[in-house]
Write a new protein. Structure first.
Length: 318
């Protein structure tokens, strides 16, 4: 019996040592692309915004298909051509805003056929869009033409004016936002050095959060997996800054200034709170493309729950 107990204790000790060693072993995520490499991804996302009053949830969906082609390999990085092959979306159960949401979806569809020349470093991290100015000018013209179809004061019963819609569409043309639209999360990990148990400060739709990682990389497997757990972590100052930025994007400056005292009072009184957590699983081919990504997140804003799911699937590659 004593001998068996010693064996059990010894086995547990070895297991703990192994787990500790795994947690301390950093892994750098790098892409080893060759000129001519290609990959096509399908992206799907769905957002469900609940109502504390028991009304039907607001549902928003989007989907796209993007082809990536490595056109240049340099000592300091890559040029990767991203082509939008398909893009679509829908916003359901948003009473009074049907015309406005249709305009946003129509704008998304206008990205089909557009090409972004992504500039990446030697690890595969996307740094910029080489043809950004030309692409921005082209899509800005599209946005202007679409906005002209909206009445200056918005459709009857709608809170969205042509000015607010213009702000909404123009935000999609920021370089970082445009990179995200073309790439999803395909290139997000390239250039990072992570390990099991590591925590990282991130930003999710303007909210500060923390990711915790767990890596699984079996020696005999052709893939490795990164699992992440996300928790929203915002101080009162963080929350105020986020709210003011969102208001500034959608309201005149004088109105935002007038609301500042009320926002301070509500936050300090605990009337405005945001809680959120989520999980994600990323599967990578070793030294190659990301194979898949599945994520889900739940946000609770003063009892109003929002559920967001996203998926990226490698359709084909070479």
């Amino acid at each position: 019996m004593i001998f068996e107990m010693r064996r059990i204790v010894f086995s547990l000790a070895c297991l703990l040592i192994g787990i500790n060693a795994m947690a301390q072993l950093p892994m750098k995520i790098t892409a080893k692309f060759a000129k001519g490499n290609q990959a096509t991804y399908l992206f799907d996302s769905e957002t469900n915004i609940g109502s504390p009053m028991g009304d039907s949830p607001i549902k928003s969906t989007s989907s796209s298909e993007v082809k990536f082609s490595v056109t240049e390999v340099r000592p300091d990085g890559y040029t990767i051509e991203a082509t939008m092959l398909n893009a679509d979306g829908n916003n359901l159960n948003l009473p009074g805003e049907e015309a406005a949401t249709k305009l946003v979806v129509d704008f998304l569809k206008q990205w089909v056929g557009k090409k972004a020349l992504l500039q990446a470093d030697k690890d595969g991290k996307i740094l910029s869009i080489k043809n950004y100015e030309a692409l921005k000018a082209e899509l800005s013209k599209v946005a202007e033409d679409l906005i002209k179809t909206v009445p200056a004061e918005g459709a009857e019963g709608s809170a969205l004016t042509s000015e607010l819609l213009q702000k909404t569409l123009v935000k999609q043309l920021d370089e970082d936002k445009m990179i995200s639209t073309f790439t999803g999360k395909v290139f997000d990990f390239y250039g990072k050095t992570i390990s099991t148990g590591m925590m990282e400060d991130i930003e999710v739709e303007g909210m500060k959060a923390k990711d915790t990682y767990v890596i699984s990389a079996p020696k005999n497997s052709s893939v490795y997996t990164i699992n992440s757990t996300t928790v929203v972590a915002m101080s009162n100052d963080d929350l105020k800054a986020m709210l003011l930025k969102q208001l500034a994007d959608n309201m005149p400056e004088d109105q935002v200034e007038a609301l500042k005292p009320q926002i301070d009072q509500m936050i300090n009184g605990g009337m405005i709170k945001i809680d959120g957590k989520g999980t994600a699983t990323y599967v990578f081919k070793k030294n190659s493309w990301m194979q898949s990504m599945d994520s889900s997140m739940t946000l609770d804003v003063m009892g109003n729950k929002t559920e967001i799911t996203s998926k990226a699937t490698l359709k084909e590659s070479k």
